[in-house]
Design a protein. Sequence first.
Lengths: 535, 866
Amino acid sequence: MEISLIGSSQAKLGRSDLANRELGFINLKDGFRVSNDRVCLGKNVRWKKAGIRFTLRALHQSEPLQAEKRSGAGRRSKSVDGVRLFVGLPLDAVSKDCNSLNHAKAIAAGLKALKLLGVEGVELPVWWGIVERDAAGKYDWSGYLAIAEMVQKMGLKLHVSLCFHGSTKPNIPLPDWVTRIGESQPDIFFKDRSGKHYKECLSLAVDNLPVLDGKTPIQVYQSFCESFKDSFSPFMGSTITGISMGLGPDGELRYPCHHHLSSDGKTQGVGEFQCYDQNMLSILKQHAEASGNPLWGLGGPHDAPTFDQPPISGFFKDGASWESSYGDFFLSWYSNQLIAHGDSLLSLASSSFGDTGVTIYGKIPLMHSWYGTRSHPSELTAGFYNTVKTDGYEPVAELFARNSCKMILPGMDLSDAHQPNETHSSPELLLAQIMAACKNHGVQVSGQNSSESAVLNGFEQIKKNLGGDNVLDLFTYHRMGAYFFSPEHFPSFTEFVRTLNRPELHSDDLPNEGEEEVAQSMIKSQESSISMQAA
Amino acid sequence: MSMSTTLTLEPLFRRPIPISIAHRSSNPKTFFFPPPSSLSSSTIIKTPSWSWSPSHKLHAPKFQAFAANTDTLEPLQSSDVLFSKISPINRTELLEGKIFVRLDQGRDLRNWELTVGCNLPGKWVLHWGVSHLDDVGSEWDQPPRDMIPPGSVPIKDYAIETPLKKSSSAAEGDNFHEVKIDLTYNSEISAINFVLKDEETGAWFQHKGRDFKVPLVSYLKEDANVIGPKKGFSFWPGALGQISNILLKSEAMHDNDQDNSKQSSEPKQGNSQLEGFYVEMPITKEVTVSNSISVSIKKCTETSKNLLYLETDIPGAVLLHWGVCKDDLRRWEVPPAPYPAETVAFKDRALRTKLQSRDSGKGNSVEISLGEEFSGFLFVVKLDENTWVNDKGNDFYIPLSSSSSSLTVKREDQSEGVQREVTKVESQEESSSTFTDGIINEIRHLVTDISSEKTRKTKSKEAQESILQEIERLAAEAYSIFRTNIPTFSEETVVEPEAAAAVESETLVSPEPPKISSGTGTGYMPKDLYNLNSRYGNIDELKDVVKSFHGAGIKVLGDVVLNHRCAHFKNQNGIWNIFGGRLNWDDRAIVADDPHFQGRGNKSSGDNFHAAPNIDHSQDFVRKDIKEWLLWLREEIGYDGWRLDFVRGFWGGYVKDYLDASEPYFAVGEYWDSLSYTYGEMDHNQDAHRQRIIDWINATNGTAGAFDVTTKGILHSALDKCEYWRLSDQKGKPPGVLGWWPSRAVTFIENHDTGSTQGHWRFPSGKEMQGYAYILTHPGTPSVFYDHIFSHYKSEISTLMSVRQRNKIHCRSTVKILKAERDVYAAIIDDKVAMKIGPGHFEPPSGSQKWSSALEGRDYKIWEAS
């Protein structure tokens, strides 16, 4: 294969000199060699007509591309034509022992299809429980590296989601050694009022407590991130363009207010406050004592409903305790704990990956049930102090802005019209509120759909969300798998992608559009292969 | 136009192995019965087309003819060879030829000569045998010794292999091979059966999936007269035993009439019983042809132009599409004239030159003179409308020197083992085929000429179309693989945890291979054969179970469903008949005569199962894939043998083929049809029923056993209605399969289909032990149902098993039936075991032997000789 000169993989380009020699072809101009090298390095500058562009390219060479990429809102003006589209890889792409890939062949075929479709990249969940399964500090990235390689070969981008949580479906628990620790110290997990532990992620109250064999969870997460960075350094900034930091249950910044949150967020009940593990209680106690109301620190609101109860009575009722000063005390504390947790993790990610040129993301949930009530109980139990009186997302957006992170927002496929009436749910209004907060703070949003099986009119709703004048620059569609490629679903997805792609951009305008560009139409990628052959 | 995009497209579709021209098997219809055509072998040029249709347009000739003026070419005087390169090209040609069968009268009326010939190259072997008049089944026999030509090799006791020899008559061409068999008139022989085998490739050539059959006796003539106008002996396909019904024959005749009407010529009038005939059957065979293209460049000292000389030994008309490039962007350009003779411009972007025949008469060559401003010469070679030769998916590229000083490399590049790729475009129907390379290749052509804005748009559209199709194909592929992780149907045995213990006890007894009754409740609608994950467990668990059985010394049979397979995708008519997964067959793999699934294969060789597409086992690719799969099951899972599901659906000869390939320790087929009843009353004589099962075993050449459904059916009536007289046939032998061919009879009273949760045909309740007393003392290979082992019958069954083992009763043991009366059946087996079932009275005769009671239960009793 190396003989062939019209090759275009990076590996091959790196070898082009050799190949040329073999064919007795020594008529290379120096300039071209340089550009070959640059392509090898994965700078990914886009050119329409390579022949004309070499001078431009040389100019661009000195420019720090990453700085460009991270400049956030500045890019917007150029990307109005569309949103970059990513597709999530299967949650269990790597098997639990990390040695093997699940459905590798299917993923390979799927990647090709996505590439041809013009999708920009894929999202890959990387599980703590798989990589660091056996012992603290013992990482096995092999399976994920294999996938990164596949993605790179396919010329797709990769967003990595670092999952510090566990999952029941598919069954990917926390690392074995963490689970073992949890057996002896169950209070590293969140606990609800009835004493049930939520074992799919650590309680945020232990973030800075040395509960993991003498290390704090934050330290463990940090080592994990560092190891990730080292192991994936060849991909960083080139293939890997985004890292999403796991912030809590299902990776989202929230409390596990519903122990089994359905994927589309449709829950009738309001959830429960999760402040009953020993560490949370002691923080609450200190806080209450410090604020002069020691009695408020003995537990959560006594009249909060249980998981599945609607908020018709008790704490969340209009005029009930949530509106009292006790309510304000508790809810502020509860949400501030969450924000502080998010802050330490996002700043950890920023400092770990700041020099790699990748964009850091964090995900927040879309707790849209009961949004139409005054107290927004679902958001309150999840940790967002967002009611008719307070804007709970301003501090969240501010948190993301402070850490130069982009925000992942799910639920882009949900429309108000398809929500059950009795829950006063409004995903659209909630999305609008969060996006407005993000806009205020210059935080860019990456959208996701929330459900794996298509919601009625889901694609329409996504398009609507993407079309608006908003802060979205990327959309990740979840998630590759049997259903995704099934005859029921894939054609509509194809249709969706094609309508997303605007008619051809006149892209020979700016030389540095680079990867900020939307997924291209087929033709353009085809044409570009010409310039590729040239390079 | 992003660099990032461009980086990848191409390696996606690169394949290390060159694609051959002819893909898999050719259209089976043409294989056997093409319209009469020339006898000469020729490269297959089938209705080709891309998997995406618009491609034709891309090559729609839009030529501007140039004045071909050879005089303007530079003279050949030139200097050193600057560059020379030979690229080997492997093509697969599909040769079409014929099989000739001729029956001639020999020296006198009693001597006849059968000639079988073939005009394709190969190492041909005639694999043949005869049928005797008194044969009931379709079994082959060894021919009499005087019929066997020298050089023949007997194959077991039923066939002869005789190699074909190069024909002495030169008229037929170099490759004509034939074999002659002298037939001495022999009234015993009713027919000669044969298949043709090519030992080079191991391929078998059959006639419509059956043996060729040349009937030799008169009553067939009468039959023939009954059937159709064609008098005398026709040459018809297949193992039509005498018991075949008229309808089937007339069908076969009908086919034959159609297919051979122009060919079966000049029936010679022979004696009253036999007529000569001559027929030709078209066959095809793939052969690999190695060719090469060599290119050399010389520098013409006078003009300082480059002279490029290209030659190839590919025969026939060869078109060179070529262009030049000025830099290493390799963008095609058209150089200024002069051009070689017979050059036309091809869409402004390339030149098309017809290569000139070389003086030697073999191959083609061309010489092209190129200005020194060009840095490279690009070309692809077109052999015919559908066959393009390129360099592994890329255009061939030959560097040219732009300044003569800089290029001093003189190089003989033999390109060690670098294979060139020949891309063959497939027929329209192949829309879901994997001809990505072809698409990409075409895209490449397209890409290389996107300079003119005008053509660009239309091309873009076409390219888009093709890419969408490619996306669909990839998605379908991904879907089929992802799906396999969802527990769906699959074919496999299920083994409950306790099974190990169960079969342990069975091994104690069974003189034949012990086996597990595969207790799948479902799994009989397989889809992806390589997916062994099911609701019973995943593939790893299956392997574990097999391993633990092996650890206990127990063999494991895999329950394989070969008759039918559920499709993954719909065809364009919305019919589910396209398969996915590892065996992504198309509708040629489905029999043609099942109206529900629009198969394009041959007609079924058996009964159809109507819930799913029936597989056409006459297709070579199907059989090849199935054999591979069985071997995989043997090696990967560790199965020792097979329980073959629904074998009524296809010819037993294929089963033989599969068993020969997979070499199972034991195999048993499920040949299930209903017994004979008259007015709701089961007939006493069930010979027809067991004959059908025997026929099937025969067709497998005895490589497989079969479940003795006859015995189970008779036991039902006998036990249920107290009609124990049924247990002896008219000749005083056991009335089931075990009475006729005990070593192939797998006796049972219940299995997972008939009993257990499915309960299709339950054994009379409460009489199970009588059933076991019968089958566990009788010859045949008894199998004990899992459910029964773990029931309250456990101890009785295991006692019966140990009686059987202790007395070394085996599958060929002899049965002496002593009583078959209304209320009692009694027999002595091997003179060692006596048994009776039924409420009636029986005591073994006290003669030379002394009998001692071994086991007594409800309505049955077993004695052992002491």
